[in-house]
Design a protein around this ligand. Structure first.
Ligand SMILES: Cc1ncc(C[n+]2csc(CCOP(=O)(O)OP(=O)(O)O)c2C)c(N)n1
Ligand SMILES: [Mg+2]
Length: 242
């Protein structure tokens, strides 16, 4: 019987995936759809964030994408709620930013996910959380599934401006990325940054899935935030009278 192969796994994938987190992308197999050619390498950005820009006092929320598998693997410690499904990452981060108004909360979102619920931009413009930094990794693609509207006419930074978010920026080099994130982390926000990145063909898997997904990740997140003196949720010690 003749078989029709609908989808074939890239034979290079498993080796690349195993080494991606440990050593950085090899560069092999990126840019499947020709999207974002000459743009940023998302791995470089996530490594910079994990190594130097984001500290353990900051809360990070990631979308279900390369952001989760790579960033959560690179980050050694500190509270993170990782792998939120499409359309949920930035909205969840808004909630966390309101719960912890004195800490920086960073959403690492992605274009497909952001476009699943752009109404969150209007909420941010309206509520104006000063401690919120949203970084959208825009590879102009739904992972490896095909191009999104940002490959054509949609401009997320302009949409954020129109929604009332004053500080918005689109960056295309690692220098611009570092400068924009550093400024956003130092000053008052909310800040909305779009990092134009190349579309990957390889799907990176987490090296520490227990801390990255599911119940173990959620419990680790709760354990971490309960240690903060400004935690006011269930089980918190009575608020000091001030
Ligand atoms: C509501 C919903 N629709 C579809 C999917 C299947 N899905 C998982 S990841 C993904 C693409 C995500 O694209 P993007 O957010 O841009 O992430 P990246 O390109 O960085 O991987 C899709 C369509 C899903 N998980 N949830
Ligand atoms: Mg994408």
């Amino acid at each position: 019987m003749k078989r029709i192969v609908l989808w074939r796994r890239d034979p290079r994938e498993s080796a690349i995936v195993r080494t991606a987190v440990a050593t950085g992308y090899t560069g092999v197999g990126r840019n499947q759809h020709g999207m974002g050619e000459g743009c940023l390498d998302r791995y470089d950005c996530l490594k910079l964030l994990a190594d130097r820009l984001i500290d353990d006092q900051m809360l990070v929320v990631t979308s279900l994408s390369t952001n989760t598998s790579v960033f959560a693997s690179l980050r050694k410690s500190g509270p993170g709620f990782y792998g939120l499904n499409m359309g949920l990452c930035t909205g969840f981060a808004v909630g966390v930013s309101l719960a912890f108004p004195k800490r920086k909360v960073i959403a690492l979102d992605s274009d497909g996910s952001m476009m699943e619920d752009t109404s969150v931009l209007i909420t941010i413009g309206d509520v104006n959380p000063k401690n919120l930094v949203v970084i959208v990794f825009d590879n102009q693609a739904y992972a490896r599934m095909g191009p999104t509207a940002t490959a054509r006419n949609a401009n997320l930074a302009q949409m954020a401006q129109g929604a009332g978010i004053e500080t918005t920026r689109t960056v295309r080099t690692i220098g611009e990325f570092e400068e924009a994130v550093t400024a956003a982390l130092k000053g008052d926000g909310p800040s909305f940054l779009v990092a134009k990145v190349e579309a990957e063909t390889t799907r990176a898997r987490a090296t520490n899935p227990r801390r990255t997904y599911g119940r173990a990740m959620r419990e680790a997140f709760i354990d971490e935030i309960m240690k903060f003196p400004d935690y006011r949720g269930p089980g918190a010690a009575a608020a000091p009278s001030d």
